[in-house]
Design a binder for this molecule. Sequence first.
Ligand code: MTE
Length: 456
Amino acid sequence: MGSGMLGSVKDRERCTGRIRRAPESFLSAEDIAAVASGRRDVLRRGFMAALGLGAASAATVARADDPDIVDPVPWSTTLGLPVAATPYGMPSRYERNLVRRQSPGLTQVGAASVAFTPLQGSFGIVTPSGLHFERHHQGWTDIDPRRHRFMVNGSSPGMVARPMVFTMDDLMRLPSVSRMHFLECGANTGMEWGNVAVPTVQYTHGMISCSEFTGVELRLLLEMCRADLSRGRFVLAEGADGSSMTRTIPMDLVMSGEVLVAWGQNGEMLRPENGYPLRLVVPGVQGVSWVKWLRRVELGDQPWGAKDESIHYVDLMPDGQHRQYTSIQEVKSVITTPSGGQALVGKGFHAISGLAWSGRGAVQRVDVSVDGGRNWRPATLQQPVMSKCLSRFVFPWTWNGERAILQSRAIDDTGHVQPTYRQLREVRGTRSIYHNNAIQSWLVEPGGEVSNVQTA
Ligand code: MTE
């Protein structure tokens, strides 16, 4: 990044005001006062806290007289704790800040709520089950698996010749598959449509997580029930919670074998918040179709137009029309390190790292820009790269201590390219909530602070 770019950033800010920042009202009153008085340690602490090191931590630098090198440390000179001191293993207490959080920018309506995944502290592509984001329309529910029942039926006589009700034991004796997929809420990044809204990547992009899911293919269950696959064009999936969650899924997805009736997540049973004991897995499709606490699938010949596909999860277009059934999560990426709320602790080398995904297939390439989108260079995609799964990209960067705007742009193997905000808004306007896959910008200040901005 040269000084020419710095001039242009300032010019753009001064002349057009087109760089927009997230409001600081998401910080505590103490933090706002400290930011206003120019105390950067607050942001540094924020960075360490974001990594899970506790709010009081500062960046650690080893020195020659460092007592942690020279003196015996307690954990080398005492007995350790016995095995099974924690029968179900827990993260280190030093990681306690790395948790799901509710956004202070969203109104909480009773139990209908969302808690975001802390992407800023994630490595690789797997989301630990305890950090998988949660989105409930009517709270989560604690189902006794011995009493859970799953029904397959048809919407009209003959559509399913042998309707069946399965117990968990019935399902779990069937041949199962395990596959890695991302799960992204259609409303992820929704608060950014009109303007920059929130300061950290946890809140801009934290309604995405990635797990290995284990279950039985839905098409196998339909075949067992002697479903009329020539007439059936859609299935309706229904949850057992109080939200009456029902979603229409097209049969071509089901017949591809990708749609699973799943009980496993990351090698263990689903967590209650994520649908225990049974949920639908619909790879590449927005999260609302991944019906949790799944109790019924009905085969029919037309979409149901349920409440969660008629009044919610529709896209308000600039001409006032609603777009319905836009379910595929389009190609998208975000830099997670460094990202908003963090601070670089000095000039020199920094590994830029982030996540990319596409609901249409595999990520083919990710480009990174450190000058607000003027110049792009390819990042390295870490293996494995899988279809409808998160991919991790890394990009080596030597920071010269000047202002920089970091961006990533993903391209998938169907040729779709992640759009800029300007390109997206030209087609979609600014009044949508759902399906925002625009390029994210992080501004790095000369002091190292990183914040959420939009450049156009
Ligand atoms: N299924 C039921 N039965 N009830 C719900 O409230 N929320 C949906 C979907 N499935 C929901 C549901 C929404 S909007 C999303 S984004 C995903 O579940 C979130 O899944 P997660 O909580 O496991 O992350």
